[in-house]
Write a protein that binds this ligand. Structure first.
Ligand SMILES: [Zn+2]
Ligand SMILES: [Zn+2]
Length: 136
């Protein structure tokens, strides 16, 4: 089974993940743009039981457009958001793909919040593109 590691920038918040993600997506919503400081968010969703979490995190909860709460977990030292959990996907955890620091991580297969995509970003061919989606 594949074992992957995701970590914050300073390395103290660290995830060990067994097996493959159930979903890999990119989100162009403005909330994700503010959270990441980048023009989109990329995340892989795993079952909670695939993940072992080590280190300290600070949690911040917001209500998504769908009305579901999402709780983001970021490193209190370096500020990197490593993972989040949402009422819209109970039992699963979304992990920011950049935190794997692995250019060979599989590509997203779904894009959401297309209406706020920066127009200069082109998506891989065949990527399904959705406008408002209830789960990012
Ligand atoms: Zn850190
Ligand atoms: Zn988003």
């Amino acid at each position: 089974m594949t074992t992957r590691h995701a970590a914050c920038n300073c390395g103290q918040l660290h995830l060990t993940i067994e097996g493959e993600p159930v979903r890999i997506s990119m989100c162009h919503c403005l909330e994700c743009q503010r959270r990441t400081g980048a023009v989109m968010s990329n995340q892989a969703r795993f079952r909670r039981d695939q993940i072992t979490i080590a280190g300290k995190d600070t949690a911040w909860k917001r209500t998504a457009e769908s009305g579901n709460a999402i709780t983001f977990h970021f490193c209190p030292t370096c500020g990197s958001t490593v993972y989040w959990e949402g009422e819209g996907f109970p039992g699963y955890v979304a992990v920011a793909i950049g935190n794997f620091a692995d250019p060979h991580f599989p590509a997203p297969t779904l894009a959401v919040w297309e209406e706020s995509r920066h127009p200069w970003i082109s998506l891989p061919p065949e990527t399904p593109q959705k406008h408002f989606a209830k789960q990012g």
